[in-house]
Design a protein around this ligand. Structure first.
Ligand code: ZN
Length: 507
């Protein structure tokens, strides 16, 4: 009986997965290849497909079927599938009326394109009314879905289950108190003329785009990203998307005057990609066959990008190749300088280009702004005021004031796509990564492996500890499983203090 019902549920999910497959690929196309004027048609088609996908699962017949199943009689995986269905579809999605949901999906697509245009032109007026609409929709969504404690908790829950304003306040409080003094010391420290000159020279160098492409491909090969079940392309804002564990797509962005940007974007997205490629075959085709949360996802991208990718040992492995490709030595960039450039701490405007130490401050700023936006669900957010608050916070926390919108409120894609509550997972992910790194280092000589660019054993640890489970385990279960304790930000703070005090000679 229960098995018969489960079979019917799976049939519906399989058909829905086919629609989602089409939606994913059209989104991918929109971000990578589609011409500008194709956007209207694509957004209509996507709106239709998303509406169909919604109706397929949000209806009384399917709901009754799902709720009629006695989950005690199911195998563990099937039980978890039913639990996920109830949570994602009937506790979240169903609460939003179909027409609203469809309108919102279309709005997000247009709004993302307006954002892109506004960002390129540094013209906030192109985008700000859309931002206002998106915020309004999110406030409505919170009302439809309800909330416990702070209204913002409902959005946080979508990206990092288990983290509420209470936990986030505590975490970001530590970031503020423990890291700000160190950042201040480093920024005020005098750097030798020689080092400064070399750094300036590096910033003025031009790096052939074709060679950068070759390097990005090489970097993915080193970390064992599989090209028989993945691809690398280009987009304005690097991202990863996947259909299942055999179709994982990552993007990067090449700038001719910035070698490190494409290299580290590629390694970052490669980390996301490995997570998805390593999900176990048994669950890959189910709704649990993807990363468990954005925070855990970010822990995987950032452990590759920063803890492995920006380590002295990994850089010593890859430097000779870079030297040959881009004539670094000839231009006065020896290895020591290069290591310092890859880990240069600066008060800067752009989050995605920020160094590891100031990075969480960029996230803290977004967290505080979002928390304030959703503090009150009934007022209309003043989007001009919001842009000014963005500037004020940069001045307050990093001592610099962005004078263009492109360097300020327009820099990130997230808000244009309705992704409120997402940013905190970037900083949480970095902190998870430090805790995970610490656990792996007790078993494997990570530095020894990095010197040889050998990721085999490290990848295996991450696959067995995290990747293969997909969504069948919660973030907290994974952390306890892998590190023996729940989330503890101490590892992250210690790691940052240790690494950057050493680089800047403060020890
Ligand atoms: Zn990421």
């Amino acid at each position: 009986m229960e098995n018969e019902k489960m079979k019917k549920v799976k049939e519906v999910l399989e058909n829905n997965a086919a629609l989602k497959h089409a939606i994913t690929i059209m989104h991918w196309d929109l971000e990578t290849e589609a011409p500008l004027l194709a956007v209207d048609k694509i957004s209509k088609t996507l709106g239709y497909l998303i509406g169909e996908s919604y109706s397929m699962v949000i209806n009384d017949e399917f709901k009754n079927l799902v709720y009629s199943i006695n989950t005690d009689k199911l195998k563990e995986l099937d039980r978890k599938i039913i639990e996920e269905l109830k949570k994602e579809y009937f506790e979240k999605l169903e609460k939003i009326p179909k027409e609203e949901y469809k309108k919102y999906s279309e709005l997000k697509i247009i709004s993302s394109k307006k954002w892109e245009e506004a960002k390129i032109k540094n013209d906030y007026s192109i985008f700000k009314s859309y931002l206002g609409e998106i915020i309004k929709f999110n406030k409505k969504i919170i009302k439809y879905r309800g909330y416990k404690g702070h209204p913002y908790n409902t959005l946080l829950e979508d990206y990092e289950p288990g983290i509420t304003v209470k936990e986030a306040d505590e975490f970001f409080g530590k970031i503020k108190n423990e890291l700000s003094p160190l950042i201040k010391k480093i920024i005020q420290k005098n750097i030798s003329d020689n080092e400064n000159e070399a750094k300036e020279k590096f910033k003025k160098m031009i790096f052939d785009i074709e060679k950068q492409k070759e390097l990005s491909k090489h970097a993915l090969d080193i970390i064992n990203f599989r090209f028989d079940k993945g691809v690398l392309k280009e987009s304005e804002h690097p991202f990863t998307t996947n259909v299942d564990n055999k179709d994982v797509r990552v993007t990067t962005h090449y700038y001719k005057d910035n070698l490190l940007s494409s290299l580290y974007s590629t390694i970052h997205e490669g980390g996301h990609g490995l997570y998805e490629q390593n999900v176990d075959d048994v669950i890959s085709d189910t709704i649990l066959g993807t990363g468990t949360s954005m925070g855990i996802h970010e822990s995987q991208s950032r452990i590759y990008e920063n803890m492995f990718g920006r380590s002295e040992e990994f850089l010593s492995f890859i430097y000779p190749k870079l030297d040959i490709m881009f004539k670094l030595g000839e231009n006065g960039i020896n290895f020591n300088i290069f290591y310092k450039i890859a880990n240069e701490v600066q008060a800067s405007f752009i989050r995605t280009e920020a160094d590891e130490l100031t990075y969480p401050i960029h996230v803290l700023i977004r967290y505080e702004l979002e928390k304030e936006i959703f503090d009150n669900l009934d007022n209309e957010t003043d989007v001009d005021e919001l842009a000014k608050k963005w500037q004020d916070k940069y001045e307050e926390y990093l001592g610099i004031r962005p004078e263009t919108y492109t360097e300020g409120i327009l820099q990130d894609v997230h808000w244009s796509d309705g992704l409120f509550g997402y940013f905190p997972s970037y900083a949480l992910g970095s902190a998870y990564a430090a805790q995970i790194y610490n656990a792996i280092s007790k078993k494997i000589d990570i530095n020894g492996k990095m010197k040889k660019g050998d990721f085999t054993e490290i990848n295996n640890e991450l696959k067995e500890g995290i990747h293969k489970y997909g969504k069948t385990r919660t973030p907290e279960e994974l952390l306890v499983n892998m590190t023996g304790e729940p989330f503890n930000p101490k590892y992250y703070i210690d790691y940052l203090k240790e690494k950057f005090s050493l680089i800047y000679g403060l020890k």
